[in-house]
Design a protein around this ligand. Structure first.
Ligand code: ITT
Length: 191
């Protein structure tokens, strides 16, 4: 069985990915590895930030590592907040402030199309591999639901009639960008 460090400080991501991988791999969180750093995300693409996160942790541990960077890309905002999703409303990384800013910026806008895009970077035996997952949907006018994290209360995936924040994790995973990217990682590692 592969042992992989998951280079993230976001516990919601850990829970979602552990559910999807369902014991196929031994996934070690940064906390479990005793690493307490704010991993830098200095670049202007999801790909470069994902690479940065896995590379930094691989350099520290020499272990096989994966990371992921996710952005919410809103059509009427020219793809914003995109790579800036975590800090859209400022360095505080406040989920509610980010949602408020997004809804204000979309006020009166009829085109509500958006997508979540996840890029996973895997460093396995010193080589890097990238995997992408996209979930298309739309931004609501008002937030709804208390589950999940980030922009989940304002995002309805295509084919659903409720927000990610109104779904259980299993329901969210039927549509999720993160699950699609991780499924590609699983296929690669089990091939
Ligand atoms: P790490 O870099 O430590 O992995 P992070 O929270 O900084 O964690 P990202 O930079 O990838 O992660 O995430 C950007 C933001 O996008 C995140 O803070 C959320 O606000 C939002 N986001 C990511 N995935 C999401 C999801 O599945 N549902 C809702 N919002 C999400």
């Amino acid at each position: 069985m592969h042992t992989l460090i998951f280079a993230t400080n976001n516990q919601n991501k850990v829970e979602e990915i552990r559910k999807v991988t369902n014991g196929l791999f031994n996934i070690i969180t940064l906390k479990e590895a005793g690493i307490d750093i704010d991993i830098p995300e200095p670049h202007n693409t999801l790909e470069a930030n994902a690479t940065e996160k896995s590379t930094v942790i691989h350099a520290m541990t020499k272990e096989n590592v994966f990371s992921e960077d996710t952005g919410l890309e809103v059509a009427a905002l020219n793809g914003e907040p995109g790579v800036k999703s975590a800090r859209y409303a400022g360095e505080g990384r406040d989920f509610q402030a980010n949602i408020d800013k997004l809804l204000v910026n979309l006020e009166g806008q009829t085109d509500r199309q958006a997508q979540f895009r996840t890029v996973v970077s895997l460093i396995l035996n010193e080589k890097e591999y990238l995997f992408e997952g996209i979930c298309k949907g739309r931004i609501t006018v008002e937030q709804k639901g208390l589950k999940g994290f980030g922009y989940d209360p304002v995002f309805i995936p295509d084919g659903a009639d409720k927000t990610f924040a109104e779904m259980t994790m299993d329901e969210k995973n039927q549509y999720s960008h993160r699950k699609k990217a991780i499924n590609k990682l699983i296929d690669f590692l089990l091939a």
